[in-house]
Write a protein that binds this ligand. Structure first.
Ligand code: NAP
Length: 355
């Protein structure tokens, strides 16, 4: 039960809805028109019989402060926060969770009696999906994370707190990778692309190939082909080339290195299969896209805002209907790793996810 559980979650009236009583939540981002969050959240609210509605608000970079002030003044109950506003959301809040203080970023704002509480549900949503969706427990496992932005940092902190034995970060540029490694220096190091070859789990946490990112099939610009800072011995993140033209290689990591016994997760879910994921799957790795993380972090937001338990199967069904390609075959390939050998690892189809 969340600390905001005392907020009354009204029952949805049978007619004339939305009404003057309807509680409003939404997502702020730029771009945001691609977002599946309204579909997910409204499906959950409807199934829960709650008088809540969830909208998408496109907020230009640099304008989050005005948007949040407006949302508070209008009495919105909560906001999901996506790129590029997560750092600003953490700064704007009047209270921050421990995760947000450590990450310096938030993906959830809760408005309550004049306060704005910032939480980060990304890392916990990823762990939920790894454990429940993929049957993979990161405890004692060797993990690699490609990318050191908000999602990469959240993944690193979550994996470290879940007891991963080792976490190697590979990023296009060096400084963000060091910042991410500082979250858990006992188990995290900045590595070279080839260091990810034998990992139990590899998480692709860059927007490369994401439909709305503008990085789909993007040739690596000349200026991006160099590290932002001079690489130092032993800490080079590898060839800094990124989104190599015509290939599935990201930040020097070649997905053809992966194979049976490895779990490869791409946090992108649109398209449902990135070239990176497809190549890893072709080599026999077990693969999973970012849809599960999206569903589980949305469920955590709903618990936080309403204090009630969202119907996960309804949420899965809502996005599976929208993206049938995701519903069939997101997770395939033999899994040899002992951590997820015993659990059946089947395509995301909304039927295996518990309520
Ligand atoms: P971000 O903060 O902007 O970070 C982007 C990261 O990607 C940085 O490390 C950046 O490297 C790297 N990068 C960007 N373009 C690249 C390229 N062309 N080649 C190689 N590396 C590149 O973004 P974010 O918030 O971490 O999000 C990353 C991805 O995760 C997005 O696709 C987002 O949609 C997804 N995501 C999914 C979920 C979910 O629920 N499934 C949740 C959160 C995020 P530099 O540091 O060198 O700039």
């Amino acid at each position: 039960m969340s600390e905001f559980a005392e907020i009354p979650a009204r029952a949805r009236p049978m007619a004339a809805w939305p009404a003057s009583t309807t509680a409003v939540a939404g997502v702020v981002g730029f771009p945001v028109r691609h977002s599946l969050s309204p579909l997910l959240q409204n499906a959950a609210f409807a199934a829960m019989g709650l008088d809540w509605s969830y909208l998408a608000f496109e907020v230009a970079p640099g304008s989050l402060d005005r948007a949040v002030a407006g949302a508070a003044a209008l009495g919105l109950r909560g906001l999901s926060v996506t790129m590029p506003h997560k750092d600003a959301a953490a700064r704007l809040a009047t209270r921050r969770s421990r995760q947000v203080r450590r990450l310096g970023a938030a993906n959830t704002l809760t408005f309550d009696a004049g306060t704005i509480f910032a939480e980060s549900c990304d890392g916990a949503g990823l762990l939920d999906d790894l454990r429940v969706g993929a049957g993979f427990d990161p405890a004692g496992q060797r993990c690699g994370v490609i990318g050191a932005g908000g999602a990469g940092r959240a993944a690193v902190l979550a994996l470290a707190e879940a007891g991963a034995e080792e976490i190697v970060i590979v990023n296009r540029t060096v400084a963000p990778a060091w910042r991410s490694a500082a979250l858990a220096p006992q188990v995290v190091r900045v590595g070279r692309p080839a260091d990810l070859r034998g990992m139990d789990l590899v998480i692709q946490a860059t927007p490369v190939a994401m439909v709305s990112s503008g990085l789909v099939g993007e040739p690596a610009p000349a200026e991006r082909a160099q590290p932002a800072e001079p690489a130092q011995s032993g800490q080079l993140t590898g060839q800094a080339g990124s989104a190599e033209e015509g290939s599935a290689i990201i930040a020097g990591v070649d997905p053809s290195w992966f194979g049976a016994g490895q779990l490869v997760v791409d946090l992108v879910y649109d398209p449902p299969f990135t070239p990176f994921l497809l190549e890893a799957q072709r080599q026999g790795a077990t693969v999973r896209n970012g849809l599960g993380m999206l569903v589980y972090q949305a469920a955590r937001q709903i618990r936080l805002w309403t204090g009630a338990e969202p119907p996960l199967s309804v949420m899965w069904a809502a996005v599976s209907d929208r993206s049938p390609a995701v519903a069939h075959g997101t997770a395939t390939g033999p899994a040899k790793s002992s951590s997820f050998e015993s659990s059946s690892f089947e395509p995301i189809d909304g039927t295996r996810e518990p309520d």
